[in-house]
Design a protein around this ligand. Sequence first.
Ligand SMILES: C[S@@+](CC[C@H](N)C(=O)[O-])C[C@H]1O[C@@H](n2cnc3c(N)ncnc32)[C@H](O)[C@@H]1O
Length: 275
Amino acid sequence: MTTELLIPFAPTEVNRWSIARVVVASEAEQPLLARLAAFGPAHYPAGAGRAIVTLADQREGLLDLLEREGSVEVVAHEDYDASWRLPAEPVSLAGGLEVVAAAPAVSPGAKRIVLHPGLAFGDCRHPTTRLCVEAIAERARERPLRSLLDVGSGSGVLALAAYRLGASRVVATDIDPYARFVTEENARRNGVALEVTHPIPEGARFDVVVASVWASAFPSLAPSLERALAGDGVLVVSGFPATESASIAALFPDLRCTPAVMEGWGALVARRQNT
Ligand SMILES: C[S@@+](CC[C@H](N)C(=O)[O-])C[C@H]1O[C@@H](n2cnc3c(N)ncnc32)[C@H](O)[C@@H]1O
């Protein structure tokens, strides 16, 4: 049994990304991931002999390390991007949104999002993504969306959904530089002005803060999410199994959390106690 590791790595020039593809024996996967930890936390969906590794730090030396492990094939980002595109059929999301892999032109005001996730997470079909879009759409029904912060933007799908639902200022942030690159590309594809940044801007307050990140990220992230929330704002968090909802809610003792569940995945919509 072998495992294919796909690792987006540092651009050699601005806006040029590559994917290193390393095939290792399955038993070599964990030791290799442990060595990759020197480049930052690696997150990868388990199973099926394929893992995508995202690295927080793009320091030099990654390719040398990989080449010591076996044969490394380096593929242009664009080639993987093409092979990971969404199916031709539009995918419907809450709020009347529609996600497509390609569209001739997206008119301003249309509820259509053109999305190429590449190897970044967020092709719009995962329950955690859909739960977040539902919560953003619900807020947009209550009152016009103003500013929104998307923490853990991945492909940028939530930031783009917020924009299409009427948000006037959208800031997207992700710990993974490859995800920030993919978010920027998708913003460009949709003719949308997103601010893509890392870390979370200090001192800024947002009407909606959405964070769909790995469950393990919440303990350290929770205080900055709460700080970024405007007084009457809404915080939407997801990315964890529904069984972990109570422990994630406990990280926000000053907020009133309402849980939502889809196919075993959880989300919380949280507001300050007095709002
Ligand atoms: C599960 S994906 C979610 C992508 C997209 N928001 C969606 O809902 O489909 C989680 C993203 O969070 C990012 N992430 C993990 N920990 C983070 C942190 N502490 N700060 C910012 N981004 C983080 C990962 O790099 C990854 O792109």
